[in-house]
Design a protein around this ligand. Structure first.
Ligand code: ZN
Length: 282
C-alpha cells in the first residue's frame, strides 16, 4: 500500500479550522491531494445574496490559491451550491434577475478563472437533495448545463450534487452531458450512497463515496470509477462533519483489514482513480 491517499471532495471555511490547518493535518496523516470545493456564503461570514456568493468566490479562490502555492497538494473548485441557488431564488421576488445575474456575471467570473488557470475545476452544481420550489430546480438545472459547457470548453473536472434518486438521477445527468457534449469521464457525482455507486460507474461516470469504513464496506468490491471523499464541512457548529479528511486513509484500511475489501481495490479508490480523474501523477 502506497502510504498516501486523496480526498476527492472537501471544504474549508474561514470560520472553522481553515484551509492551511486542514492541509497541514491532512498531509501529516499521509494525505497527498485534497480537493477544496467552494462553500455557501455563510461559511465565509457573508450573507446569502448575490453579493455574498460573489464574495465567497473571491475568498475561496484567494485563500485556496495561496495555500495551493504555499503547501501544494491542493485543487480549488469553484461554483455555486444548489442549496445556495435555492435560497437565492426563494428570497428574491425576481427569479429572472437572480438567474440572469448568475449566468451573465457569476458564471462569467468562473469562466475567467478557468481561462486564466486559477481554478482547477467546477463544483458543486446540480439540484438540492431536498424538496425545493420548481423555479429553484429550473435555475439550478440551467446553471448545471452552463457549468457542464464550461467543463467541456476548458477540459476540467466537474462535481455534481444531486438528489441521489438512482436511475432517474443518472438519466438526467446522462441527458445533460450528451446535450452539451461533455465527456462522462470529466463528471464526478459526489456523495453518492454506495448502493447507487455501480449505477453511475457502469454508465462511465465517476462517483465519490464518503470515506467512512461503514460506507466503504458497502461498495462490495466495486472499485472502478470510485473515488473517496470526506465532504468535510469545516463548520465550527458541527465539528468533524461529515468526516475529517485525515481519517480517510485509516478508515478505508480498516475495511481491508477486516477482509471486506481487497488491498488493490483500496489503492484504486484512494489513489489511482482520483489521480487519473484529476490528472495528477501518482
Ligand atoms: Zn460538498
Amino acid at each position: 500500500m502506497a502510504g498516501w491517499f486523496i480526498d476527492s471532495h472537501a471544504h474549508a471555511s474561514t470560520t472553522g479550522l481553515g484551509y492551511r490547518e486542514i492541509v497541514k493535518r491532512f498531509k501529516a496523516a499521509g494525505g497527498r491531494l485534497i480537493v477544496f470545493v467552494q462553500l455557501p456564503p455563510s461559511s465565509y461570514g457573508y450573507s446569502t445574496d448575490l453579493e455574498g456568493v460573489r464574495k465567497s468566490l473571491d475568498t475561496h479562490i484567494g485563500i485556496c490559491s495561496e495555500v495551493r502555492k504555499e503547501l501544494g497538494g491542493v485543487l480549488c473548485l469553484v461554483g455555486v451550491h444548489p442549496a445556495t441557488v435555492d435560497r437565492l431564488v426563494r428570497s428574491s421576488k425576481n427569479v429572472d434577475m437572480v438567474y440572469r445575474e448568475l449566468l451573465t456575471s457569476y458564471m462569467r467570473a468562473l469562466e475567467d478563472l478557468l481561462r486564466k488557470g486559477l481554478a482547477d475545476g467546477l463544483g458543486e452544481f446540480g439540484r438540492p437533495h431536498y424538496p425545493s420550489p420548481p423555479e429553484s430546480l429550473v435555475v439550478n438545472e440551467l446553471l448545471l448545463v452552463e457549468s457542464m459547457r464550461l467543463a467541456k470548453d476548458y477540459d476540467v473536472p466537474i462535481h455534481i450534487h444531486s438528489e441521489n434518486s438512482g436511475f432517474i438521477t443518472l438519466e438526467s445527468i446522462k441527458t445533460f452531458t450528451n446535450l452539451v457534449g461533455l465527456p462522462k469521464d470529466r463528471v464526478l457525482v459526489h456523495h453518492v450512497p454506495p448502493s447507487q455507486a455501480p449505477l453511475y460507474a457502469e454508465a462511465g461516470f465517476h462517483v465519490s463515496v464518503v470515506g467512512k469504513a461503514e460506507v466503504v464496506k458497502e461498495l462490495r468490491g466495486l472499485c472502478r470509477n470510485v473515488l473517496v471523499e470526506s465532504d468535510y464541512l469545516d463548520d465550527p457548529k458541527r465539528p468533524g462533519a461529515v468526516m475529517y479528511p485525515w481519517d480517510i486513509g485509516p478508515e478505508v484500511m480498516r475495511v481491508v483489514e477486516a477482509g471486506i475489501m481487497e488491498r488493490e481495490c483500496a489503492e484504486k479508490i484512494l489513489l489511482e482513480n482520483p489521480a487519473s480523474f484529476y490528472g495528477v501523477s501518482k
